[in-house]
Design a protein around this ligand. Structure first.
Ligand code: ATP
Length: 199
C-alpha cells in the first residue's frame, strides 16, 4: 500500500485544483517558506478524517477553505481527494486502488466518499484504522510534534501504542456500546416507573 496521489481544490492556499503524484518510496516536498508545504500535509490529515482545527493549524474548521488573496476571491468549498494503491490488499476493501475524498462547504459539515460512493467519517476511519494511518494521525509527525510525543503523559503514550496496535477502534466501539447500554437502562427504569404508576 502506498499513497499514489493527492488532489487539493480550494484547500488552504491551493485555490485551483492541484494534483501531486507520489511514487513508492520517499517523497520530498521542497519550496520557500510559506509556499504551502505544510498545507499539503494538512490536506493529507484532513482527507483522512482529522477533526481538530488546531491540528490543522487553524482556529476553526472553515479555515481550511481558501480564504482569498489580493487577486483572487475566497472560495465556498474545499475538496481533497487521496488515492491509495491497494494492490497488496492492506486496506480491507476489494479494490486495487482506493480513493477517499472529503468536501467541506462554508456553511456546513464535511462530506466523505470512498471510491466515489458517499461514506461516513466512521467508514473512512474504519477503512484506515488497521493500516497504520489511523484516526489520530500519529504517522504524520508535524513540526514540533516530536517534543509533545516525548513529553506525553502515560495516558497519551498509551493512546499512541493503542493506535499503532489497532486497539483504538475497538475501544471507541466499546465506549459507544456502553453509552447505548446506559441509555437503554435509563429507558428501562422509566418504563418500570410507569408500570408501577399504572398498577
Ligand atoms: P514553512 O516552510 O515556513 O513551514 P510552508 O511551505 O510549510 O512554510 P504553509 O504553512 O504550508 O507553508 O503555507 C502557509 C501559507 O498558506 C500562508 O501564505 C497562508 O496565508 C496560506 N494559507 C493558509 N490557509 C489559507 C487559506 N484558508 N486560504 C488561503 N491561504 C491560506
Amino acid at each position: 500500500m502506498y499513497l499514489k496521489s493527492l488532489t487539493l481544490r480550494g484547500f488552504k492556499s491551493f485555490a485551483s485544483a492541484t494534483t501531486l503524484n507520489f511514487e513508492p518510496g520517499i517523497t520530498c516536498v521542497v519550496g520557500p517558506n510559506g509556499s504551502g508545504k505544510s498545507n499539503v500535509v494538512d490536506a493529507l490529515s484532513w482527507v483522512m478524517g482529522e477533526q481538530g482545527a488546531k491540528s490543522l493549524r487553524g482556529g476553526k474548521m472553515e479555515d481550511v477553505i481558501f480564504a482569498g488573496t489580493a487577486g483572487r476571491a475566497p472560495l465556498g468549498r474545499a475538496e481533497v481527494v487521496l488515492t491509495i494503491d491497494n494492490t497488496d490488499g492492506a486496506l480491507p476493501i476489494e479494490y486495487a486502488e482506493v480513493t477517499i475524498s472529503r468536501t467541506m462547504f462554508r456553511n456546513g459539515g464535511s462530506e466523505y466518499a470512498i471510491n466515489g460512493s458517499s461514506a461516513r467519517l466512521l467508514d473512512v476511519q474504519d477503512l484506515l484504522s488497521d493500516s497504520g494511518i489511523g484516526r489520530e494521525m500519529h504517522v504524520i509527525v508535524g513540526q514540533g510534534q516530536l517534543d509533545s510525543i516525548l513529553q506525553a503523559t502515560p495516558e497519551g503514550r498509551r493512546g499512541f501504542i493503542e493506535e499503532a496496535a489497532g486497539v483504538l477502534k475497538h475501544r471507541k466501539r466499546k465506549e459507544k456500546a456502553l453509552r447505548k447500554l446506559e441509555a437503554t437502562e435509563g429507558n428501562l427504569n422509566r418504563l418500570s416507573d410507569l408500570i408501577t404508576e399504572i398498577r
